[in-house]
Write a protein that binds this ligand. Structure first.
Ligand code: ZN
Length: 407
């Protein structure tokens, strides 16, 4: 590892970068990587260079294992003139994370976490996840030949189990409080020598910062006014903020965007604390939302997200299930099939624009966190119209659908 350290986001105490335990021994808040002297962006992309190779000057790894990569990152930034016009924005972009190797942004943090685990000499990794992260860690763990423990909630439907199980991890359904499972897993990992790459561990946050790096490059280092991110545990938003900060520190961008964190109204502990002016998130006792990928009743980085959002003049929004489903349809209308959670930002942009928080003419980037095929049960909430006919009535049918067509 290069000269660098971990710092507690709560009390500021520092810890060695060779530590796998992701939280402070004194205040239990999450740790973060600091002290890497930034250099430059290395040329070329996948397959000639991997994500970690391109941005290696911003990571504390002295050596990289190129074999770990599955081609994560380098995702498209898709402009939507139509939706920008509909919401009165100057420009609107979707950072399409659905095209990652396991169809979500999680692969960035997973490759970074696995790299750290290997640097520290671990041969066993693990994670606690309700879906996206489990599939990602299972895939990268298999790729790296590591014994991989995936802990999921007992209620996880079979549809979500299969894409994890197929990579061959030790897969354990755990009956008990899902929020508590996060803390229990890292304690067990410390005792048993398993590196848990959970939702907001320092090196997962490091991986997420590459989303910000790519946005900066894709916008030719013009900084957007807003970046809108679905928030569950809080690690991805922390990483994206950190990425913009590091590029500013390196002189690559001149300013910072503002950040909007988006939660599901049925499980919105960060939103509630933000509205109430509270410094600490409180556990949501009975979460009720279809947006399981952002349904964390007690986000482990919730307090840090609050601190950061407040310090930077950002905002926290909450959107209903109905709004997310409508936004999923809207995004599909632009050609992007997202999970409902991944469409949450565009739903939030609409309400933030109506409230005047996001103003006319501003440039907004929405992070589309995961792909729609990961959650096919959500299709049941749509009412799709599908016609049917016989071969002999086909042309009449087309004519009835499209009376103005034809020559
Ligand atoms: Zn601390």
């Amino acid at each position: 590892m290069k000269k660098s350290f971990l710092i507690c986001t709560g009390c500021g105490r520092t810890w060695p970068v060779t530590r796998a335990f992701p939280r402070c021994d004194f205040c239990a808040e999450p740790l973060e990587v600091r002290g890497v002297v930034p250099g430059r962006i290395r040329g070329s992309r996948f397959p000639h260079r991997t994500l970690l190779e391109r941005y290696r000057d911003f990571f504390p790894f002295r050596t990289l294992n190129g074999e770990l990569s599955l081609g994560e990152g380098f995702t498209p930034l898709v402009r939507s003139a139509r939706l920008a016009g509909a919401t009165g924005l100057g420009d609107l972009f979707f950072k399409n994370e659905t095209v990652n190797p396991t169809w979500s942004f999680k692969d960035r943090g997973t490759v970074s976490g696995v790299q750290h685990a290997l640097c520290l000499g671990y041969d066993r990794i693990g994670t606690v996840s309700s879906g996206n992260m489990a599939a990602s860690v299972a895939a990268y763990g298999a790729r790296a030949g590591l014994k991989t423990f995936v802990l999921v909630s007992a209620a996880l439907p079979a549809e979500k189990i299969a894409p994890i199980a197929i990579h061959g991890p030790v897969l354990i359904r755990v009956d008990g409080d899902y929020g508590e499972l996060y803390f229990r897993s890292i304690e067990i990992g410390k005792r048993r020598g398993i590196y848990f790459i959970n939702s907001d561990v320092p090196f997962r946050v490091e991986g997420s910062k590459t989303i910000a790096f790519e946005i900066c490059e894709q916008l030719r280092f013009r900084v957007p006014d807003w970046v809108v991110v679905p928030v569950s545990a809080g690690g991805n938003l922390r990483g994206i903020i950190k990425g913009f900060e590091e590029f500013r520190h390196a002189g690559l961008i001149a300013a910072m965007p503002r950040f909007a964190a988006v939660q599901a109204a049925g499980c919105a502990p960060v939103y509630r604390a933000f509205r109430e002016g509270s410094e600490r998130v409180q556990r949501v006792e009975r979460p009720e939302t279809l947006a399981h990928a952002i349904e964390n009743p007690f986000p482990p980085s919730g307090n840090e997200v609050l601190r950061k959002i407040r310090a930077m003049g950002g905002v926290v929004a909450a959107v209903s299930d109905e709004e997310m489903i409508a936004a999923q349809r809207e995004l599909a209308g632009e050609g992007i099939l997202a999970q409902p959670e991944g469409a949450a930002p565009i739903a939030a942009v609409r309400s933030l624009a109506e409230e005047g928080r996001i103003t006319r003419g501003e440039t907004v980037v929405c992070i589309v966190t995961g792909g729609g095929l990961k959650y096919t049960a959500a299709f049941d909430f749509h009412r799709f119209r599908v016609a049917g006919c016989t071969l002999s009535t086909l042309e009449d049918h087309i004519l009835s659908e499209d009376p103005g067509g034809g020559g």
